[in-house]
Design a protein around this ligand. Structure first.
Ligand SMILES: Cc1cc2nc3c(=O)[nH]c(=O)nc-3n(C[C@H](O)[C@H](O)[C@H](O)COP(=O)(O)OP(=O)(O)OC[C@H]3O[C@@H](n4cnc5c(N)ncnc54)[C@H](O)[C@@H]3O)c2cc1C
Length: 461
């Protein structure tokens, strides 16, 4: 493992042995390719201690609903089963993560946490470090970046302007961070006796205890967890990848659909990278396909994490994009708009545009939407909403409500891209100014878009 993934956040008293090493799992909800868990095991082995994996399940996670919780708990159920097999103790607490962990810190030798990237995730970790600095002199705290291939702090130390500025940095570093072979065996397998707050064998019971808002939302056709993610990865390599270069076409289903698993950390980007690289080496994957996929998985994805990490107001209309984009929006904010739709009309797929309606329906019914349609969908909301700010709020609200992969670094970067971030200025036109424009004629020209609409039409009937 490349130790440049690890940050020492607080140095404690090394004489304090404690009863166990805690790994606070939050971002990286997996056992495979989890450098933070690996680091906790390494420290535990050096000190002949067991490991305790802690997970805090907050009922008030920002913008999360039953759809997100169910997918996440399906994954956690698998994680706990694997930990049991590996004789690693774990505890799940129904509490805000940064609060639920505090009672366990007195007796711990050291705390290892995985890296969070969004504001509230970083705040949780900061709160624990702050608490430890005043109350727990003995405690050392480490943070491990395991959800990115090249850690966010190493890839770049500033907000990058676009993929073209980040790409060479990532390319230079990527091989240094192909650093996972296998999880070390934990030597001290004594079980830490701590009562866990919940039994995930009864998912409905856990969901009920979370007291979530009871909004009627259709059951999604995707199942959470590493096993499902791993199967999708294999399916992509074996069958879909040969058509990946044409995967922009929404009428085909040729992308990996791994974004929702990546979002919850149920599979690691590094594992996917290693698997596609092996396929390339064995000539099971074409070089051009490999390059195109790696561009998305590594460059575009890591650009999104760079964005939320360094751009403080990544989720606020006023601070999420570039000066040229604000300038052009200011010039065009009073342009005449032939169609204006309310949030309800948009959410209920009640617009004049059958392709938009199909995309919205796909999102509502399945929790996913084809990548090209995400761009089209967001651009249409900009076109049909009273102001750019209202459009931004509507897109963000629907994105994070319905997508299983919503509330991700990619969500904020993807939405901001529609408002010019990481893009360039285009030829001036009404309503959009210099922001990139997309229209239904483009969809019809490039793809069999009617086939896409027809496919969605049959869903949920
Ligand atoms: C308006 C808008 C909103 C978006 N909202 C989200 C969101 O909420 N969550 C989310 O994960 N992605 C979002 N994206 C990015 C992208 O559309 C999805 O990541 C992609 O559709 C996921 O499908 P896939 O896993 O089959 O992709 P594949 O083509 O199989 O790509 C593999 C992986 O590469 C990464 N990737 C692919 N496309 C992009 C991209 N454009 N930018 C950054 N990384 C990418 C993802 O991690 C993806 O899983 C959004 C894009 C736009 C334009």
């Amino acid at each position: 493992m490349n130790f440049n993934r690890v940050l020492l956040l607080k140095k404690g008293n090394s004489d304090h042995k404690g009863k166990y090493v805690i790994y606070w799992m939050q971002q990286s909800q997996r056992v495979h390719y989890n450098h933070a868990l690996e680091y906790a095991i390494q420290i535990a082995n050096q000190n002949d201690l067991p490991v305790l994996v802690y997970f805090g399940l907050s009922a008030n996670y920002p913008e999360a609903n039953r759809r997100h919780y169910q997918f996440m708990l399906e994954g956690l159920k698998e994680v706990f089963a694997i930990l049991r097999n590996f004789k690693i103790s774990y505890v799940l607490k129904l509490a805000s993560p940064e609060v639920g962990i505090l009672p366990y810190l007195d007796q711990t030798h050291c705390l290892v946490m995985d890296q969070g990237y969004l504001r509230h995730q970083r705040q949780w970790r900061d709160d624990v470090v702050k608490y430890a600095k005043t109350n727990l002199e003995h405690l050392s705290i480490f943070c491990v970046d395991t959800d990115l291939i090249v850690p966010v702090l190493i890839a770049s130390q500033k907000a990058e302007y676009g993929a073209y500025t980040l790409r060479p940095k990532i390319r230079r570093l990527v091989n240094e961070f192909r650093d996972f072979t296998r999880l070390s065996v934990l030597k001290n397998q004594n079980q830490v006796e701590i009562s866990s707050d919940d039994d995930l064998s009864d998912m409905n019971h856990t969901l009920k205890r979370l007291n979530l808002d009871h909004e009627d939302m259709p059951q999604i056709p995707y199942q959470g967890g590493y096993l499902e993610a791993s199967k999708l990865c294999l399916l992509f390599i074996t069958y879909k990848s040969s058509r990946y270069l044409e995967s922009n076409d929404p009428s085909h289903d040729d992308t990996s659909k791994l974004s929702m698993y990546l979002h919850f950390g149920q599979i690691s980007a590094l594992e996917i990278y290693e698997r596609v690289t092996l396929a390339l080496e064995r000539q099971q994957m074409d070089g051009a396909v490999y390059d195109a996929f790696v561009e998305q998985l590594v460059v575009r994805r890591e650009l999104a994490f760079n964005y939320v990490y360094y751009q403080e107001g990544y989720d606020q209309f006023e601070t999420m994009t570039e000066p040229w984009a604000y300038m052009t929006m200011k010039i065009h904010h009073l342009d005449f708009k032939p169609y204006i739709y309310s949030l309800e009309q948009i959410e209920m797929s009640k617009t004049h545009d059958p392709y938009f309606n199909a995309a919205m329906k796909e999102m509502y019914l399945t929790g996913f939407m084809h990548s090209y349609m995400r761009m089209y969908w967001a651009k249409k909301i900009i076109e049909w909403t009273m102001s750019f700010k209202d459009a931004y709020e509507t897109i963000k609200y629907l994105n994070n409500k319905y997508f299983i992969d919503g509330r991700d670094a990619n969500s904020y970067a993807g939405i901001a891209w529609c408002f010019g971030k990481h893009d360039r200025a285009w030829t001036e036109r009404s309503i959009f100014g210099k922001l990139r424009y997309m229209n239904d004629k483009g969809l019809e020209r490039k793809f069999d878009i009617r086939k896409y609409s027809a496919k969605i039409e049959t869903m949920g009937n």
